[in-house]
Design a protein around this ligand. Structure first.
Ligand code: F6R
Length: 634
């Protein structure tokens, strides 16, 4: 949450900061600002609202400064307005701070600083940091020492960027439980919360680890631990292809990303599944650069973090799996539980990561804890994984970002091959997380001898067929659009499903509400009669996910119960399902598919339905209100 950037070099800083911020807008977009040092004076430009507002300010002011820091905000303390936008200054207006995270003890610090005469201009927790650094600087006359003293006083998880008018040749960056990368160019340096933002300028990056401070100059970076000891770290090389962020002719990133799903699945499968007769392998035969892995440490710094490195003995010794995740990743994990339990006969518990706080996690040395996170930066998920690690559990991450914090804290990592997902609502990464669970289930089952070679081969062949089936759904996009728009005036929508498609119902409801702001709830179909059925009447559409298989009849009965209450009946069902055609007013059809793999298909008509309704209602599809793509606060 919140994006931090910085620049120091020969170029005009403001346009560079803006283009870095563009890459980080996914982390928050309720206000943005920059602090630059121009002609020896610190000045701040900041504006509530999207980055375009800041861009306009910069265009009007035409700053020529060559050093600065910037910020894009997702509000935690204080409403999103101009005053609360970052950067924040000390009383002398010579030190500027941008901040990602939360300072948990800011109220007591603020009280103390007010007593000492500091005047506060915002409601943020950030402002205390600028005042504290300033106070310490008055005593120490040294920015690094002032920062060391300041971090001793701060509680919480945070990342900071700092500039001082008195030291216009330096930027300071501080990392406590977050991600910050310094990009090293030719006589210029960059700072960003996500290395993706500096990749447009350089592929040479130094990452800050926990409790570290960076002193950045045009020549490079010096790193220090919070205790003052200097840390040596060699830069790493990023993927040589800068990420291309464009809509590729689609109206929105979301629609483009929904359409990318067949390709994404093919890429993830190609990485870990060499052939249906060969075992699934999470030591990839392709690196992020598309090359075979080598032993060159610098070149392969990212790919080194890939892979599942558990020995056969360790895999066989696992007697329980604990999965932690949030939001859409949690829904993927609920499907993952059923896949692994069915294939491997290992009990799997799935918890919303934030709900593991303040209670005992039931893990030990024979548990595998899996953290699922598209961004690899979700604070709740990372904390839960850290807790499991402390309790001795094996750990594994499933992420789309091999350069994320998650990748740093677990030795085992499955990387989904989605490319960057720009739209805030997750679509292609959900499908890739599901795919990772299918692959993981097969992998564990093969290693533990829980399935025969014949069964494994059939599962892999079925999985390989999914991308083509997805293409068939996407080819019906227009049909789905027409059908969906009939329900665009709904105020409440109910989604139901059973078994493997209960999580699909949850995900369908989440997509609709976050994109269209229509209230939607997902239920296990059998639960409808235990309370939720009270909300049904002729104005409420009920979307039922129903595919032939073990729970078909029972799901149909539950749909009939909704129909008997005059609900508007929509189904996501397989083509040729005559019973569904009779029961539902609208059928969003998918190709025939084995129930076991159906979650990979059933979610797609729901993604499209949510997109088309939201677009029709004129909502900000790629950046829905109040959301951020990377949720780095607990
Ligand atoms: C919904 C969505 C969120 C994320 C959740 C976890 O479309 O994107 O619910 O799934 O914030 O994010 P990650 O996967 O980055 O941990």
């Amino acid at each position: 949450m919140c994006g931090i950037v910085g620049y120091l070099g020969p170029a005009k800083a403001a346009p560079v900061l803006l283009s870095e911020l563009r890459c980080l807008e996914y982390r928050g977009y309720d206000s943005a600002g920059v602090a630059i040092i121009q002609d020896g004076e610190l000045s701040v430009l900041k504006a509530a609202g999207k980055l375009n507002n800041l861009e306009k300010l910069i265009t009007d002011n035409k700053p020529t400064a060559t050093v600065g820091i910037g910020h894009t905000r997702w509000a935690t303390h204080g409403v999103p307005n101009d005053q609360n936008a970052h950067p924040h200054l000390d009383s002398s207006k010579t030190i500027a701070v941008v901040h990602n995270g939360i300072i948990e003890n800011y109220e007591e610090l603020k009280e103390e600083l007010i007593k000492e005469g500091c005047a506060f201009e915002s409601d943020t927790d950030t402002e205390v940091i600028a005042h504290l650094i300033s106070k310490e600087y008055e005593k120490e006359k040294d920015m690094l020492k002032a920062i060391f003293k300041t971090v001793e006083r701060l509680r919480g998880a945070y990342a900071l960027g700092v500039v001082s008018q008195k030291h216009p040749d330096k930027i300071y960056a501080i990392n406590q439980h977050y991600s910050l990368s310094v990009g090293l160019g030719n006589n210029e340096s960059f700072l960003a919360s996500d290395s993706m933002a500096v990749r447009q300028y350089t592929n040479k990056v130094v990452r800050l680890e926990q409790s570290e401070i960076a002193e950045i100059t045009v020549e490079g970076v010096r790193l220090f631990a919070f205790d003052g000891k200097e840390v040596k770290r060699r830069p790493m090389s990023l993927d040589s292809n800068p990420y291309v962020i464009d809509k590729g002719g689609y109206k929105h990133f979301l629609l483009k990303e929904i359409h990318e799903q067949p390709l994404v699945l093919r890429q993830t499968l190609a990485k870990y599944l060499i052939h249906p007769t060969k075992p699934v392998s999470f030591i990839p035969h392709i690196t992020p650069n598309g090359n075979a892995p080598t032993n060159n440490e610098e070149e392969n710094a990212l790919s080194k973090s890939y892979g599942v490195h558990l020995s056969d003995m360790e895999v066989k010794g696992i007697d329980r799996i604990q999965v932690v995740a949030c939001g859409t990743a949690y829904h993927a994990s609920l499907v993952g539980k059923l896949i692994i339990e069915q294939l491997c006969n290992i009990p799997v518990a799935v918890d919303i990561a934030s709900e593991t706080r303040g209670r005992r996690l039931m893990v030990n040395e024979s548990t595998l804890t899996i953290a699922v996170s598209q961004s690899g930066e979700t604070a709740d998920t990372l904390s839960a994984l850290e807790e499991a690690k402390k309790l001795g559990s094996f750990t594994l991450g499933i992420t789309n970002r091999p350069d994320s914090h998650l990748a740093q804290i677990t030795p085992n990592l499955i990387v989904t091959e989605c490319g960057i997902e720009v739209s805030v609502a997750a679509t292609k990464t959900y499908l890739a997380q599901l795919t990772s669970f299918y692959l993981l289930g097969i992998y564990l089952a093969e290693k533990r001898g829980a399935i025969s070679a014949e069964q494994a081969k059939k599962l892999k062949s079925d999985l390989n067929a999914i991308p083509t089936l997805l293409e068939q759904i996407l080819a019906r996009e227009n049909e789905i659009r027409m059908a969906s728009l009939k329900y665009a005036d709904a105020h409440d929508v109910v989604f139901i499903g059973r078994g493997l498609n209960y999580p699909t119902a949850l995900e369908g409801a989440l997509k609709l509400k976050e994109l269209s702001y229509i209230h939607a709830s997902g239920y296990a179909a059998g639960e409808l009669k235990h309370g939720p059925i009270a909300v049904l009447d002729s104005k409420v559409p009920v979307v039922t996910v129903i595919v032939p298989g073990s729970v078909y009849e029972k799901t149909l009965s539950n749909a009939q119960e909704a129909r008997a209450r005059n609900a508007q009946m929509i189904a996501v069902a397989c083509e040729g399902d005559e019973q569904a055609a009779k029961t539902f007013d609208t059928v969003l059809s998918i190709p025939q598919v084995d129930e076991f793999f159906s979650p990979l298909l059933t979610v797609v008509p729901m993604q499209l339905m949510s997109y088309f309704i939201a677009d029709y209602l004129g909502k900000d599809v790629d950046q829905p209100r109040n959301l951020a793509k990377s949720v780095t606060v607990e």
